[in-house]
Design a protein around this ligand. Sequence first.
Ligand code: P6P
Length: 334
Amino acid sequence: MSKRNQTLGEFIIENQTSFKYTSGELSRLLNSIRLAAKVVNHEVNKAGLVDIIGAAGDTNIQGEDQQKLDVYANEKFIQTLTKRNIVCGIASEEEDDFITINSQDENHQNKYVVLIDPLDGSSNIDVNVSVGTIFSVYRRVTPLGTPVSLEDFLQKGSAQVAAGYVVYGTSTMLVYTTGDGVNGFTLNPAIGSYYLSHPNMQFPEDGNIYSVNEGNYLDFPLGIKKYIKYCQEDEGERPYTSRYIGSLVSDFHRNMIKGGIYMYPKSSKNPKGKLRLLYECNPMAFIAEQANGKASDGYTRIMDIEPTELHERVPFICGSKNMVEKAEEFMRNN
Ligand code: P6P
């Protein structure tokens, strides 16, 4: 049972009995993410004041300019998860390959792997628009006592044991699920504690916000074009409004509170879509479904997609159930 203004630490302890695995490690894992998010939040909030923004001069596997905050966030989450000696491996958008964590786990006894987008929406950093961290947690599937392998990361989203995001916005929030609903915690920066501010978050079944980069409209599949026109049809009054921040975490968070749909379809520039299945779409899909929403690639449930490679991309449609189902209907019929 959640109590408003409970701290995140109290909430984790109170609810760990509802978690079906040995929840001690998972609680410690969530606590390490909580700490890393506070450290990253501190840097994000002062990015404009110190010379930490701007490209780090390097590019990640996606061929995208790595912003210094990307690099910083990646290092902090990896460092914190490693120090807590909880996970056996980490995969990150900022790392070409997965990282085996055996500095303190030389016997490979840790059960969990974490996949993370350390700073999503980083192109917004230099223009002071909110960005986010997205994480996904699995139990390893290869035998304890052996080094973690790619197989431990290439699991369907339906096998996730936890997923969440941090949104570094007007306030910093950590929103996560362990499969028993979605809860949102707001950071009080003055004392460095997160407080339960959004218990049992739910997507409204319907909404009137659609989030898509309409600059790519001409390149979208016909079904998406027709769904966008359906949203824009003026049936006596404009039923929908377009809101697109260019930061998945922020668009998703707003849509979950107000009702809406987020779409990143495939296009000639992104023939498989732009968003990454393992550390963007799967965790957001887990959260969406736990909040009575829906997530698909237009045809298939995101969490049923069998991953084949660490950084694979998929088209992504996610949000209020009735809106996603309407978009899927247009995709099926065109
Ligand atoms: P575009 C950020 O790079 C991101 O992965 C999501 O956070 C965001 O929704 C999307 O890409 C923005 O992409 O092509 O519209 O700028």
